[in-house]
Unconditional design. Structure first.
Length: 146
């Protein structure tokens, strides 16, 4: 078992990731939140609110990632375990291109920098918006095949 598999198992054992029945209503709720947060992020960026655009773009990706993980019958209870679940269920299985995982992980770091370090820029905000749009588009494709 590799390191990520051990991490996935650890999330399950610690209760930060739980096996649940697939529930289409929860998946749809997460995707609605993803699209709403992306729209709000785009509006924030247009108003020059780059910190909030970065934070909101990350959360749009967060909700889309939750939808993906829910589609495989798992519910996360931490941001870190969501990343681990996404990697195990979609990257290691070849269902999702690695770049989408990397963008999600990088966007999480940009969100943390914006929130906690007050480090953000118009460029990083636009990058998170671009990644979020791509991630949501890819999530929509993935969910159509489920």
């Amino acid at each position: 078992m590799n390191e990520m598999d051990d991490a996935f198992k650890g999330c399950l054992e610690e209760g930060r990731l739980a096996k649940i029945p697939v529930q289409q209503d929860l998946i749809q709720k997460e995707m609605n939140a993803a699209r709403s947060d992306l729209k709000t992020a785009q509006e924030s960026a247009a108003e020059g609110k780059h910190k909030w655009a970065t934070v909101q773009a990350y959360y749009s990706m967060f909700h889309a990632a939750k939808a993906l993980v829910l589609s495989k019958g798992y519910r996360e209870k931490s941001h870190a375990c969501l990343v681990i679940a996404l990697r195990n269920l979609f990257i290691e299985t070849g269902l999702l291109e690695t770049k989408h995982y990397n963008h999600f992980r990088d966007c999480m770091h940009l969100r943390q920098d914006a929130d906690y370090g007050l480090t953000y820029s118009p460029t990083s905000a636009q990058q998170t918006l671009d990644w979020a749009k791509q991630f949501i588009d890819e999530t929509d494709k993935q969910l159509k095949t489920v």
